[in-house]
Design a protein around this ligand. Structure first.
Ligand SMILES: NC(=O)c1ccc[n+]([C@@H]2O[C@H](COP(=O)([O-])OP(=O)(O)OC[C@H]3O[C@@H](n4cnc5c(N)ncnc54)[C@H](OP(=O)(O)O)[C@@H]3O)[C@@H](O)[C@H]2O)c1
Length: 333
């Protein structure tokens, strides 16, 4: 679906953006791929690696509506991956997160509608489901803006949907590179926040694949949630360094013991499909009752039970220590 199309990726130099573009170029022949982000060094380095003629690099900030407007000229599809995402940093710098994650989302929507973009997928996080930290709260606001944008678009063809998933194994600033660094420095123990802690776990490839499919699935207004495994943090530490003891350091500001992707209160809006859940919008767009049970790929979904919740601790699918080690051979230093 991306052959001959122009694709814009905000945050294109990040972990997700780079993997998305690598897979996009392997599978399709896009007309133009626009990377939009702030730091010139990351773009310069990416340019050395991604030198295909379709690549375009735009320096810009999602806080800057005019620059987004320019970058989206002639664009067919937008992936919105730019975000500030470090949980403790958000607690200390709330207004910065609001400017990038919330005002930035608003600017992406306006630029997409003004440029007649066909489809926009915004990346969300499990931390946006019943949020307890500022980062999660900004991502929930962003999700709400993208869902409601289908109404603002009116007769315009632009459709917006959200993809929500959990921790990406090995992404920048996450626990895997943190543990790897400690192990490489010869640490005598690994810090564990709480032995009970669980997290959803997804590989970047799976995330990219899911986002690509979501463009084909979407009608507009959905929050797509992939079915992914959970891990126990102690099992991750064990998989990365079986010989190192664990030191309990306590939960960090704004952290949850377990993560959530579909809260109980959203159960009545949730459909289950073979490999994912879809949270359908609670509002109607342009006074039309849409049927989300049959998606753009022809897949059929069915309502979940009223008491359904998708949580990392009650997830039926947990990875074992061996599976974590095997799945992420790159988690060893
Ligand atoms: N990593 C995870 O575990 C995870 C899990 C669930 C959801 N997500 C979501 O997935 C998305 C991508 O995450 P990621 O792991 O790829 O993050 P990342 O590696 O930190 O990349 C973030 C990207 O956004 C850009 N960016 C940040 N602020 C910007 C701004 N104001 N204007 C323009 N670009 C900006 C960064 O480049 P510059 O700094 O150069 O601008 C970078 O390219 C985010 O929306 C995140 O919330 C991530």
């Amino acid at each position: 679906m991306f052959n001959g199309k122009s694709i814009f990726i905000s945050g294109g130099t990040g972990s997700f953006g780079r993997k998305f573009i690598r897979i996009l170029l392997e599978r399709y022949q896009p007309k133009r791929v626009v990377v939009f982000s702030r730091d010139e060094l990351k773009q310069y380095e990416m340019q050395q690696e991604f030198n295909e003629p379709c690549m375009r690099f735009f320096l810009g900030d999602v806080r800057d509506a005019e620059r987004l407007h320019q970058g989206m000229r002639g664009i067919d599809y937008v992936v919105h991956a730019a975000a500030l995402k470090h949980v403790p940093a958000a607690e200390y710098n709330p207004t910065e997160f609001i400017r990038t994650n919330v005002n930035g989302a608003e600017n992406i929507i306006a630029a997409a509608i003004a440029n007649g973009v066909k489809g926009v997928i915004a990346l969300s996080t499990d931390k946006a489901a019943s949020p307890i930290n500022l980062y999660g709260a900004t991502k929930l606001l962003s999700d709400k803006l993208f869902v409601a944008a289908n109404n603002i678009a009116g007769d315009q063809a632009t459709r917006f949907a959200v993809v929500r998933y959990g921790n990406v194994a090995g992404s920048r600033g996450s626990i895997v590179p943190f543990f790897n660094k400690l192990i490489a420095q010869g640490a005598s123990e690994l810090p564990i926040t709480d032995v009970r802690m669980t997290r959803f776990w997804i590989t970047l490839e799976h995330g990219v694949d899911f986002v690509m499919k979501s463009f084909a699935r979407m009608q507009g207004g959905e929050v797509f949630v992939p079915k992914i495994p959970s891990i126990r943090i102690v099992d991750l530490a064990q998989a990365m360094a079986a010989d190192l003891p664990h030191k309990l350091v306590g939960i960090r500001p704004g952290e949850k013991l377990h993560e959530l992707m579909v809260p109980l209160d959203d159960a009545r809006m949730t459909l289950e499909f073979a490999d994912h859940y879809t949270i359908v919008p609670s509002i109607r767009f342009n006074n039309v009752d849409a049927d989300f049970s049959l998606d753009g790929l022809g897949e059929q979904g069915r309502a979940v039970a009223d008491e359904f919740e998708y949580r990392s601790d009650t997830n039926p699918h947990f990875l074992t220590v061996e599976q974590i080690a095997a799945l992420h051979a790159d988690i060893k230093p």
